[in-house]
Design a protein around this ligand. Structure first.
Ligand code: BGC
Length: 935
C-alpha cells in the first residue's frame, strides 16, 4: 500500500505561542507542525511525537495546537521533541527537526526576588542604574536570568546587554499581572565574580495618563526592577541568586529623564565606565530599597519587541521658519539613531511628528506628548546614540542644534514592534488599493507594541478595546497575532474581573473611573477570542476566555433589562462617522442605541457559539435561546415590516446583515438592497465610522451587491479608503479626513495619522476580493471564493495558515478569468468560482480553473440632464464629467453639490440643480450633452 505513495515532509514544529525563543510559558505547551506533500489531497492519518525516547502516537488529522502529550515540564526542564506524520496514503514522513522546549518559568513559590527601587525618590519616573554582583562556581552549565520591572529595563551581565529586546517587560495590567523575561545568559557568566547592571526607567508604569485636567500617574511614581538568576551545575544542582537590597542604585546616570510621551534626555558624559562589570566602584551609588507585595511575575507568552526595520532619510527639508526637518518617507513607530561628533556638553534635540502643516512639524495632533529627545555629547569623536525607553510615531523629525553639517546618513529611523511572524499578503492590479493594503500593514506594525493600541504618537497609545475589536481579523491574517492577543485578553479578563463583568474602554485600564460599558468596545471580550479560534484554531484561548465572554454577555443582558434592548447609556456608537462634527465624533447617523442592542445580540450569539464549540451544552442552549429573544426584541423595535431600519443608515444595515439580525434571507436581502441604495445615494463615498466600516463591504457582498462594494473600495473622493492614499498617506488615518483636502490638519481633537481601525477593510480584500477565508477553525477547511471586480485585472492573496501557505486569486485573460489556489497539506477547500454558486470540494495542492468573466458593468444608456441621479453616478464617466463641469463653473457650488446630492432613483440631475445658478445648470447640461453627443 505504501509502495506508490510519497511521504510528506514535516516542518515548523513549534510550541505555543512563540517561535522567537525556545522558552515556553506553560508546563504543557501545545504543539503545532506543518506538513508538505508533492502529492495532492494529502491529509494526516496519524502523527507520532517523540521526546527523549518516549513516543506517543496520535491518530487523526490534528496538527495545530495539539495538547502536550508528555509529562508536564517542571521549572528547569528542557525536552527535545520531534514529530513524524503518516498520510492517509500510508506513507510516513521522516522525523522533523528536533525542537528544544525549555521551561521558561520558575517553580511554584520559586520567585523570591523583591522589586528594587531607589532609597530616595528623585521625582516621578526618574531613571536609575541598578547593579549587583554574584559569585558563580566553576562548571555552570546553564545560567538563566529572570527579570521584570515596574517600569522598563534592560539588563547587562559583565558589560554585555543580555538580549535585543526593547522596552521590557512591556505593558500589562501591572496591578494584576507582571511579566518576566527568561534569558539564557550562560555565555555571559564566568566563574568567580559576575556583575549585573540594569538600566531602568518609568515607562508605562509611571506615565501620566488621562484627559481633561485629570492626568496623573496611574500605577506608581517610581520604577523598580526584580532580578533572579538560576545557575545549573553539571550535576543538575541549581543555585538561585535573588537581587536584594545589597544591590546599589544610581540616580545620576546618563538618562536624565524618560517618558513614553515626553521622550528621553541623555547626557553621555554621565555614563559611568564599567558600571555593569565586576569590581566597579563609583560615586553616588546607594543601597536599593527592596519592595515586596506585587503579583508574582509570570513568563512572557507573547513575542518580544524588537527592531524589525531601519529607514534612512529620504529628504532633508528646510522649513519656512528655517528649521531642519528630516523626512523618512514613511509614518513609522520607533526612534532615531544618530551618529554625531562635537564638543562635550553640546546638546542635539530631536522632535518627532507624523505630518507637516504649512511646511512645519504638525504638532497639535500629539496633544500632550512632547515626543522630543535630547542628546548631550560626551565629546571626543563619533558618538552613536538612540533613546532607550521611549518610542515615537513619526515620519518627520526636526533636528535642532546639530554640530556642524548634518549628513543624512548619520540619522536612521529604527522601527520596532512586537516581533510577530508576517503571515498575510495581498496584491492586485490596482496600485492605490495595493498602497492602501501596505498602509494597513504599517498601521498594524505601529500599533502592536506589547498590546494593541489605538495610535502610537499622541498622549494615548492605549489598549482601546473597540479598535482591536474591529481590527482583530485583519491583524490575524497579516501577522501571527494569536499569542500577542491571547496575552492582552488575559489582562482584559483581569480588569473585567474587578468591575463586575464590565469591560473597561481600554485594557490595561489607566483611566480609573472614566469608563463605562460601551458597545463595540467591550465586545472585544467576545469577538477577539472568537477570532482567535476562527483564524488560529485556538480552542485553548476560547476556553480560557470563556468566563470573561460570558460575563460580558451577562453584563449586557443586565443592562438591557426585560426589554432586551440596551438603551440610553453612554456610548461611543459608530465613532467617527464622517458626517459627525469634528468636535463630536459620537454623533453618528446610526442611533447609538441601535449599535448597542445589535452588539448585545452579537455577544450573546458569540457566547452561544463558543459554548457549542467547547461542549458546554447547557450554556449553548441557554445563550442560543437568549440570542433569539434579543434578535426578536431588536427587530420589533428597530426593523420595519418591510425591512427598513429605524436609523436608515449604512452602519445599521451593516450590523443587521453581518451579525445575522435579519429574520430570514428575504429580509436580509431587502436590507442589503436598501444598504446598496444608501451607499450609492452617498455617491459611493464612505458613510460609516469605526463600527460600520468593517461591515459594509461584507454586508453588500453577502446580499449580491459586490459591485457597490467595489465602487466603495476604489473611491478616491473624501471620505473613502483611498482618499488618504491620494493625499500621500503611508498608514491608516484615524479620521477619513485627518488631513483635509487643502493640506491642513483636521481641527478635531482626535486626529491621528496612524490608527488601524478603518483599515479593517483589508480582511474583506483577502476574503472576498482575492477570495481566501477560513471555513473551519484555523483554516482546516478553507473557503476559496474570489470575486473579480470591474476595477481590477487581477487580485491575489496568500496567507501562512496554521497548516501552511495557502493562496487564492484570479486574473483576467480576455473574456475569461483564471482562478488559482494553493491549498496546504492536511486541509481541504470549498471552492466557489466566479459566476457560479456551486461548491466544489478539493484537497491540498495547486489548483486552477478558467471561467467566463462576469458580465461587464451594465450599460447605463444615453444620459441627459434629465436622467436619474442614480443612473448618472453609476456611469463613472458621466459623473466625473458633470462634476468637472460644475467645478469649472463654480467651485463653491461643486463642493455643495458633491456633499449634498443624494444619488437616488426618481430624482434627475436637473431637479438637483434647480436651486443653483443658471451657469451651473448650463455647465451640467453641456457636459451631459457632450457625452451623449446630443445637443
Ligand atoms: C481613541 C480611539 C478610541 C476612542 C474611543 C480615542 O481617543 O484614539 O481610537 O477607540 O477614543 O472612542
Amino acid at each position: 500500500m505504501t509502495l506508490s505513495s510519497t511521504p510528506a515532509t514535516v516542518s515548523s514544529l513549534r510550541a505555543e505561542y512563540r517561535d522567537d525563543t525556545g522558552f515556553v510559558a506553560v508546563a504543557a505547551p501545545r504543539l503545532s507542525w506543518k506538513s508538505a506533500s508533492d502529492v495532492g489531497d494529502w491529509t494526516q492519518a496519524s502523527a507520532e511525537l517523540e521526546s527523549d525516547g518516549e513516543s506517543v502516537l496520535l491518530e487523526g488529522r490534528d496538527s495545530v495546537l495539539v495538547d502536550w502529550p508528555f509529562a508536564p515540564l517542571a521549572a528547569g526542564d528542557s525536552r527535545s521533541v520531534r514529530v513524524r506524520v503518516t498520510g492517509s496514503d500510508g506513507a510516513t514522513s521522516d522525523w522533523s527537526e528536533a525542537l528544544v522546549v525549555e521551561a521558561g518559568f520558575v517553580a511554584e513559590g520559586g520567585w523570591t526576588a523583591p522589586l528594587l527601587k531607589a532609597s530616595v525618590s528623585r521625582g516621578v519616573g526618574h531613571p536609575l542604574l541598578v547593579r549587583g554582583e554574584f559569585d558563580a562556581p566553576a562548571g555552570v552549565t546553564r545560567a538563566l536570568l529572570f527579570a521584570t520591572a515596574q517600569g522598563v529595563y534592560q539588563a547587562e551581565v559583565n558589560g554585555t546587554e543580555v538580549d535585543d529586546q526593547i522596552l521590557k517587560p512591556g505593558w500589562t495590567a501591572y496591578q494584576h499581572r507582571l511579566v518576566h523575561e527568561t534569558t539564557d545568559i550562560t555565555d555571559l557568566v564566568r566563574p568567580g565574580v559576575n556583575a549585573v547592571g540594569v538600566r531602568l526607567a518609568g515607562g508605562w508604569f509611571t506615565e501620566t495618563f488621562g484627559f481633561q485636567g485629570k492626568e496623573a500617574p496611574f500605577y506608581g511614581t517610581e520604577p523598580a526592577v526584580a532580578v533572579q538568576i538560576v545557575l545549573t551545575l553539571a550535576d543538575g544542582s541549581t543555585t538561585t541568586i535573588a537581587a536584594d537590597d545589597t544591590w546599589l542604585t544610581h540616580a545620576d546616570g546618563p538618562i536624565l529623564a524618560s517618558g513614553i510621551y515626553a521622550g528621553e534626555s541623555y547626557d553621555a558624559r554621565l555614563e559611568p565606565a564599567g558600571w555593569s562589570s565586576p569590581g566597579f566602584a563609583g560615586e553616588g551609588w546607594e543601597r536599593a530599597t527592596a519592595v515586596t507585595g506585587f503579583p508574582t511575575p509570570t513568563p512572557r507568552s507573547s513575542p518580544a519587541v524588537r527592531v524589525t526595520d531601519e529607514l534612512g532619510v529620504q529628504q532633508v527639508i528646510t522649513s519656512p521658519s528655517g528649521r531642519t526637518i528630516l523626512d523618512f518617507g514613511q509614518n513609522l513607530v520607533g526612534r532615531l539613531r544618530i551618529t554625531v561628533a562635537g564638543e562635550a556638553g553640546h546638546t542635539v534635540t530631536l522632535r518627532h511628528a507624523e505630518v507637516l502643516e504649512n511646511g512645519e512639524l504638525g504638532l497639535r495632533p500629539l496633544r500632550r506628548a512632547e515626543a522630543t529627545d535630547h542628546y548631550t555629547l560626551a565629546g571626543g569623536g563619533q558618538e552613536t546614540w538612540e533613546p532607550r525607553f521611549t518610542f515615537h510615531g513619526f515620519r518627520y523629525a526636526e533636528v535642532e542644534n546639530w554640530p556642524g553639517e548634518l549628513d543624512p546618513a548619520d540619522v536612521t529611523a529604527v522601527v520596532f514592534h512586537s516581533d510577530m511572524v508576517r503571515t498575510g499578503w495581498f496584491d492586485s492590479s490596482h496600485e492605490l488599493v495595493n498602497k492602501l493594503h501596505e498602509n494597513v500593514v504599517w498601521g498594524m506594525r505601529g500599533n502592536f507594541l506589547y498590546l494593541p493600541t489605538d495610535c502610537p504618537q499622541r498622549d494615548e497609545r492605549l489598549g482601546w478595546t473597540g479598535d482591536i475589536q474591529v481590527f482583530a481579523p485583519t491583524a490575524s491574517y497579516l501577522y501571527e497575532s494569536d499569542g500577542f492577543l491571547a496575552s492582552w485578553l488575559e489582562d482584559l479578563a483581569l480588569e473585567q474581573g474587578e468591575r463586575d463583568g464590565v469591560v473597561p474602554f481600554i485594557v490595561p485600564d489607566v483611566l480609573g473611573t472614566f469608563s463605562a460599558p460601551a458597545a463595540a468596545w467591550g465586545d472585544a471580550a467576545t469577538v477577539v477570542p472568537s477570532v482567535l479560534l476562527e483564524r488560529f484554531g485556538d480552542r485553548g484561548v476560547l476556553q480560557t476566555q470563556y468566563p470573561s465572554m460570558r460575563d460580558w454577555a451577562d453584563t449586557l443582558l443586565r443592562l438591557s433589562g426585560e426589554r432586551l434592548l440596551w438603551e440610553g447609556s453612554f456610548q461611543f456608537g459608530d465613532w467617527l462617522d464622517p458626517d459627525a462634527p469634528a468636535d463630536f465624533p459620537a454623533d453618528a447617523k446610526t442611533d447609538a442605541d441601535i449599535v448597542a442592542s445589535a452588539h448585545v445580540f452579537l455577544s450573546v450569539d458569540l457566547v452561544a457559539k463558543a459554548a457549542v464549540e467547547l461542549g458546554y451544552d447547557d450554556d449553548a442552549a441557554k445563550y442560543r435561546g437568549i440570542a433569539e429573544a434579543v434578535r426578536a426584541a431588536f427587530r420589533r423595535e428597530y426593523v420595519t415590516a418591510s425591512g427598513r431600519m429605524v436609523s436608515d443608515a449604512q452602519t445599521a444595515y451593516g450590523m443587521a446583515i453581518v451579525f445575522g439580525l435579519a429574520e430570514n434571507k428575504d429580509e436580509e436581502q431587502r436590507m442589503g438592497d436598501r444598504l446598496a441604495t444608501l451607499v450609492r445615494g452617498a455617491g459611493y463615498r464612505i458613510g460609516t465610522g469605526f463600527v460600520g466600516t468593517p461591515l459594509v463591504t461584507d454586508a453588500l457582498t453577502r446580499t449580491g451587491h459586490l459591485e457597490v462594494a467595489g465602487r466603495l473600495l476604489t473611491q478616491t473622493e473624501n471620505p473613502s479608503w483611498l482618499y488618504p492614499v491620494t493625499m500621500g498617506a503611508t498608514t491608516i488615518w484615524e479620521r477619513w479626513d485627518s488631513m483635509l483636502e487643502d493640506g491642513s490638519i483636521n481641527p478635531g481633537e482626535m486626529t491621528s495619522f496612524n490608527h488601524y481601525a478603518l483599515g479593517a477593510v483589508a480582511d474583506w480584500m483577502h476574503r472576498s476580493l482575492a477570495g481566501l477565508a477560513p471555513a473551519a477553525p484555523g483554516y482546516r477547511v478553507i473557503r476559496i471564493e474570489p470575486r473579480p471586480l470591474p476595477e481590477f485585472d487581477y487580485a491575489t492573496t496568500s496567507h501562512e495558515t496554521p497548516y501552511g501557505l495557502a493562496s487564492a486569486g484570479w486574473v483576467r485573460e480576455g473574456d475569461r478569468v483564471v482562478v488559482s489556489a494553493v491549498v496546504p497539506a492536511n486541509t481541504t477547500a470549498e471552492v466557489v468560482l466566479p459566476g457560479s454558486t456551486e461548491v466544489i470540494e478539493v484537497g491540498s495542492g495547486e489548483h486552477r480553473w478558467t471561467v467566463d468573466a462576469p458580465a461587464p458593468e451594465k450599460e447605463t444608456g444615453e444620459l441627459t440632464i434629465h436622467s436619474d441621479l442614480a443612473r448618472i453616478i453609476d456611469d463613472r464617466e458621466a459623473y466625473d464629467s458633470v462634476l468637472a463641469a460644475i467645478t469649472a463653473a463654480d467651485p463653491e457650488a461643486a463642493r455643495s453639490f458633491r456633499s449634498h446630492t443624494k444619488w437616488v432613483p426618481g430624482r434627475s440631475l436637473f431637479d438637483e440643480l434647480m436651486m443653483t445658478s443658471a451657469v451651473v445648470v448650463q455647465a451640467a447640461e453641456r457636459a451631459m450633452a457632450q457625452r451623449g453627443g446630443a445637443a
